[in-house]
Design a protein around this ligand. Structure first.
Ligand code: C2O
Ligand code: CU
Length: 461
């Protein structure tokens, strides 16, 4: 992220963040309409040009979909793009048939076609939806939106329950979305497509209205194609209360920087005690401000924090668990010599010619056999090793897992996640209860990595 370029936007008037409470009107049968369309948006700011984007319902980010825990999400999806697509509901422990993975759980939705998504949202929390067909090309053009599942009793009123979708974009010299570099092999084989511009809910450097003395929940979603965001919530007095949708029992003060990798979410709570604005900074390189909390209201009786109720997930049964490796290899400056692709052993050179740079367990892209096969209800431990020169954000579909260890050290908080980070050379151990039947993807959420080898599947039967 380029601070100088970023700061140019401060010369134009800061935009007040609009937080449309999207009461999406449902039709008689309870379905809301979601349509993928071509559209345009001013990423660079009010005085910037119009970029060509692909959008849900013409909005950036896509409309907020909000249900209560245990309710059904019913979405009548229409594809009005010129190419096939599908919609994935990231982080939901979902019915497999509704997972939206084209080629695995459903055929892609063709241009002009519709598809009804209809599933139960079992856990409260911050989730999101995004295109899952050539995601590397579709998500960074704008096909992503928030999916919020509320607790039965939401302690935060609507204006104090704030969603911030964070996304980086690659803009060209004219401040327009750089579409020429989509699919660049250099991006795929290195850190993925990284942007040079950051937006929050589609706007650059917004003002976010907050009220003095009140507790707010700030729901952060990283919808970037590859950018790991370095955040330091404690610098503005915020505490962390949930990761990847799953809430903590108590609010946690986190010292220093905490990373939010692509697809990950982090819910914060904050209570402004004085006049603002309170800067929200990005800690990548020199800290820079990417949003301001603008404080209003009179100092009143300070509120007590009420923690939202947590979800109950099945706990791993370590005594009867089976372990599998997840070896990540390949990429630029990696040491991968060969891997299996489409059932054939191929040299690195042949893999690269076929557009694959990465592999899980020596398998580049989807294998005909699953990465592992679990009996329903069984506890699976994945021991992952990042034998590459880059960080990866590994996502398992249909399940949450506990992150147990990093580099052999037990973590103080074995938090539930649906996407975990691994740094170069790191080992990470996770445990999941494979209780959701079906064929599920496991892939890197650096979308170019997923498209060039870092994607496989597992089975729960
Ligand atoms: Cu966010 Cu395979 O997905
Ligand atoms: Cu990756």
């Amino acid at each position: 992220m380029n601070r100088r370029q970023f700061l140019k936007s401060t010369s134009s008037a800061a935009a007040l963040l609009s937080m449309p409470r999207f009461a999406m009107a449902a039709s008689g049968d309870g379905f809301v309409q979601l349509e993928a369309v071509k559209g345009q948006g001013r990423l660079y700011g009010e005085d910037g040009g119009l970029s060509d984007l692909w959008l849900y319902n013409g909005k950036l980010p896509g409309p907020e979909i909000r249900v209560k825990r245990g309710e059904r999400v019913k979405v009548r999806f229409k594809n009005s793009l010129d190419e096939p697509t599908s919609v994935h509901w990231h982080g939901i422990r979902i019915d497999n048939a509704m997972d939206g993975v084209s080629g695995l759980t459903q055929p892609a939705v063709q241009p002009g076609e519709t598809f009804d998504y209809d599933f139960v949202a079992p856990d409260a929390g911050t989730y999101w939806y995004h295109a899952h067909h050539m995601s590397w090309n579709q998500v960074p053009r704008g096909l992503a939106g928030p999916l919020i599942v509320e607790e039965d009793d939401n302690p935060f009123s609507p204006d104090a329950d704030i969603i911030l979708s964070l996304s980086d974009w690659r803009l060209d010299d004219n401040g327009l979305l750089d579409t020429a570099s989509f699919g660049a092999r250099h991006d795929f084989s290195h850190a993925g497509r990284l942007g040079n511009w950051l937006t929050i809910n589609g706007t650059s450097l917004p003002d976010i209205p907050v009220t003095i003395g009140r507790w707010h929940r700030i729901r952060l979603i990283n919808t970037s194609a590859s950018r790991v965001l370095d955040l330091a919530p404690s610098r503005f007095g915020a505490k962390v209360i949930a990761l990847d949708g799953q809430g903590f029992d108590t609010a946690r003060d986190i010292d220093g920087v905490i990373q939010l990798a692509p697809a990950q979410r982090m819910d914060l709570v904050m209570k402004p005690d004085g006049a603002g604005p309170i800067p929200f900074e990005m800690m990548t390189g020199q800290p820079f401000i990417f949003a301001n909390f603008v404080v209003s209201g009179e100092k009143a009786e300070p509120e007590e924090l009420r923690m939202p109720a947590t979800n109950s997930l099945p706990e791993p049964d370590f005594a009867n668990a089976r372990s599998f490796p997840l070896d990540m290899a390949g990429g630029a400056m990696g040491r991968m010599q060969s891997a299996t692709m489409n059932g054939q052993e191929m040299s690195m050179r042949e893999l690269v010619q076929a557009g694959n740079f990465w592999a899980f367990n020596g398998q580049a892209g989807m294998g005909d056999k699953p990465l592992f096969s679990a009996k329903r209800g069984e506890t699976i431990i994945l021991e992952s090793t990042n034998n590459t020169a880059f960080p990866h954000a590994i996502h398992l579909h249909g399940h949450h897992f506990r992150v147990l260890e990093r580099n052999g050290e037990k973590l103080a908080h074995p938090d539930w996640r649906d996407t975990f980070t691994t740094q170069r050379g790191e080992t990470v151990k996770i445990a999941l209860v494979a209780d959701n039947p079906g064929k599920w993807l496991v892939h890197c959420h650096m979308l170019g990595h997923a498209a060039s080898g870092m994607m496989d599947w597992f089975e729960v039967a």
